[in-house]
Design a protein around this ligand. Structure first.
Ligand SMILES: Nc1ncnc2c1ncn2[C@@H]1O[C@H](COP(=O)(O)OP(=O)(O)OP(=O)(O)O)[C@@H](O)[C@H]1O
Ligand SMILES: [Mg+2]
Length: 258
């Protein structure tokens, strides 16, 4: 065999060795599979140093800075109509608050008893949650879920009830609010939209503040004003607005500091 053929044979053997070695590290892939079940829009989970995560940090800073009459710790997140980004914003905000080095305890609640997608967006399976607590006395601690952050608890919406608005307005909901207020530093409610159903208008006034989500290029001014009027009528405390789906016309480097 010539020197050239010998060299080729050795190179092929080395390649084979590398392939075999790669197969040995298979177990590390498991973590990637677990993570990938979480919706990629949850940027605060996947890339906490990205400019988008920084925007959620700015939102956290702004919410933590509010201290009149007292710092809000129980917050409702809602919007005028469906699909404006309430769930994605609630989760990103919950994770961003959980990242705070002061190790605040956070509860993220799916308060959309009709069409809740909080657990689906997090890649979690859940058949029980808030509606079960409000109907059959299920204990809170029996239905809490985790995504691996010890100071962030997730409460699914639970079995779809036939009377969601009544449950949200019930004494049991008040008791639930009183209990979680004591147990957690911050509670975030991912609510249904304001215009089509009344649930958010019932829950928002029981919270310390409400954050309204609107979607760039979709939410109409008149519709948003109408939703705000509804919330003001029930004396909800609207703290501010989050705009989702923004296209970066300003070059990304302006947002990126490091
Ligand atoms: N900040 C964002 N930028 C771009 N797309 C987003 C953003 N937030 C959410 N989305 C996308 O918009 C769609 C709706 O998001 P999401 O489920 O959070 O809305 P929602 O207001 O909770 O909807 P629903 O009213 O049905 O509960 C999803 O496809 C989501 O991935
Ligand atoms: Mg939602």
């Amino acid at each position: 065999m010539g020197k050239f053929t010998e060299a080729l044979k050795k190179a092929a053997e080395r390649r084979l060795e590398r392939v075999e070695k790669k197969e040995e590290i298979k177990p590390y892939v498991i973590r990637t599979v677990a993570d990938s079940r979480i919706d990629p829009h949850i940027v605060a989970y996947f890339d906490s140093s990205s400019p988008i995560s920084e925007q959620y940090r700015i939102l956290r800073t702004n919410l933590q800075a509010i201290d009149k009459p007292s710092a809000p710790k129980v917050l409702a997140l809602t919007s005028s109509i469906h699909g404006e980004g309430k769930t994605v914003t609630s989760i990103n905000l919950g994770i961003t608050f959980a990242h705070d080095l002061n190790k605040k305890s956070i509860l993220l609640v799916d308060a959309d008893l009709r069409k809740g997608t909080l657990t689906k967006t997090l890649g979690l399976n859940a058949d029980k949650g808030l509606s079960d607590i409000l109907t059959n006395g299920t204990k809170i601690e029996d239905v809490l879920l985790s995504i691996g952050r010890e100071n962030l608890h997730i409460l699914p919406s639970g079995k779809k009830p036939h009377n969601p608005a009544e449950l949200i307005g019930s004494q049991k909901m008040k008791d639930f609010l009183a209990e979680v207020r004591k147990k957690y530093d911050y509670v975030f409610f991912d609510c249904p939209p304001v215009i089509p159903v009344t649930d958010a208008s019932i829950l928002a006034p029981q919270c310390d503040g409400t954050v309204m989500i609107l979607q760039a290029g979709r939410t109409q001014r008149g519709v948003l004003t109408h939703a705000q009027d509804r919330l003001r009528t029930v004396k909800a405390n609207i703290l501010g607005f989050v705009m989702t789906n923004i296209e970066y016309h300003i070059p990304e480097y302006i947002y990126r500091y490091l």
